[in-house]
Design a protein around this ligand. Structure first.
Ligand code: HEC
Ligand SMILES: [Cu+2]
Length: 393
């Protein structure tokens, strides 16, 4: 009877917890709402270890409550000393063996999955043929990510496009300190090391979507701003994106005069660190599809004001410690505006985060997570100016 009750209680507690936890996080950045093979397996392990812990907790609490009630001091027996017991082989064996069994239950799938995650061999399709693999060289940098598609001759940064029909294999390294590549909804974390040894990991997204990635290793003052995105698109869209990206040579000229002037000063002041078109790894992010990005420098809203501030201040306060601060340029307002106009022409593809959006990310209300600053102050100021003008009249 007692066993039945405790099992019922455990199930009830689990149900309530599952309900509470399902309210946590957003599907594009939560391990609890996996959208890929790796994250789904990790969630199984999370649940398994959670159930085991809950089991231990419930059993210990039940024994504890039983003992407190059964052996409490009763009225009239204040001087009674219970029988003193020292050592019990049976009990000691029991509480050694049970944890060993529990750890074994946890160890078997953990080790199994560890090996499964290391398997980078080609996948086999429904007809039993090996599928082409996509290998991407990933380089972690303070505070952004560089991506090179090995066989496709495409270089990009910050936003990683992948197709939904297969695994994408990552070969990962760091250019400076240790970072950790983590897209919670798709796969577990993987450290990138500066020592020359590459770590490998596959990404597989089940559904189209824009998935948030985080650097999960404290790597400097702007570590918490080292966000990136994985953009999972349909296989057809991925092919289209690949062709569009391959088509960029970096020699393209924009149409308007201002953008053309912007291109000139970009080449003069920025091209030493940034590249357009496929290029080797540089100091700054590759900007081939900059205007298609959803975020500026990985985290900021892609607005003209933010972009102006970024170029004007070299991101000094926006991303403290970032390596653009050492850029030697000193630009006039007009030149910056021209450069912005040029940067906004860098949109080689129709395939963008918005085409990957499944309504979960872009529509979802992030204001709870990232409260915007009030804009009231500016309005008040402009009101005052108007009043002054009225008085003068
Ligand atoms: C000394 C090298 C250097 C120079 C010169 C430089 N940058 Fe950068 N830039 C960087 C680095 C490094 C980053 C990445 C900062 C980060 O996110 O931590 C960056 C980031 C950016 C970004 C954000 C990119 C993204 O992926 O969202 C833009 C836009 C940008 N730079 C524009 C410019 C412009 C315009 C110029 C020339 C006026 C310029 N940069 C000159 C190094 C440089
Ligand atoms: Cu980092």
């Amino acid at each position: 009877m007692k066993g039945w009750i405790s099992r019922f209680k455990a199930v009830m507690a689990l149900t309530v917890l599952a309900l509470i936890l399902s309210g946590c996080g957003e599907p594009f950045l939560s391990t609890l709402q996996p959208s890929g093979e790796g994250a789904a397996k990790l969630l199984e392990l999370i649940i398994l270890s959670f159930v085991i812990m809950l089991f231990v907790f419930v059993v210990v609490m039940l024994i504890y409550i039983y003992v407190v009630i059964k052996f409490r001091q009763k009225k009239g027996q204040e001087d009674f000393i219970p029988k003193q017991v020292e050592g019990s082989h049976a009990l000691e064996t029991l509480w050694t063996v049970i944890p060993i069994i529990l750890l074994l239950i946890l160890a078997v799938p953990t080790i199994q999955y560890t090996f499964a995650f290391e398997d980078m061999s080609p996948e086999v399709n429904e007809e039993g043929e090996e599928m082409d693999q996509i290998w991407i060289d990933v380089t972690g940098k303070q505070y952004w990510w560089h991506f090179e598609y090995e066989d496709l001759d495409i270089t990009t940064s910050q936003e990683l496009y992948i197709p939904t029909d297969r695994r994408v294999n990552l070969s990962m390294i760091s250019d400076d300190v240790i970072h950790s590549f983590w897209v919670p909804a798709i796969q577990g974390k993987m450290d990138v090391n500066p020592t020359g040894n590459r770590n490998e990991m596959f990404l597989q997204a089940e559904e189209e979507g824009v998935y948030w990635g985080k650097c999960a290793e404290l790597c400097g003052p702007s570590h918490s701003l080292m966000d990136f995105k994985v953009i999972a698109v349909s296989p057809g869209e991925f092919e289209e994106w690949v062709e569009d990206m391959q088509g960029v040579t970096g020699e393209e000229e924009p149409e308007t005069d201002t953008a053309l002037a912007g291109q000139e000063s970009f080449e003069e002041n920025c091209l030493s660190c940034h590249a357009i078109g496929s290029s080797p790894n540089k100091v700054g992010p590759n900007l081939t599809n900059f205007a298609d990005r959803d975020k500026l420098a990985g985290v900021f809203d892609m607005t003209e004001e933010n972009l102006y501030e970024w170029i004007d201040t070299k991101g000094e306060e926006m991303k403290p410690g970032n390596l653009m601060v050492s850029a030697p340029y000193d630009l006039e307002e007009e030149e910056i505006n021209n450069i912005i106009e040029y940067l906004m022409t860098l949109s080689p593809s129709e395939v963008t985060p918005e085409s990957a959006d499944n309504g979960v990310y872009i529509d979802s209300d992030l204001s709870d997570l990232f409260p915007e600053e009030e804009e009231g102050e500016d309005e008040e100021e402009s009101d005052e100016v108007e009043e002054d003008e009225d008085e003068e009249e």
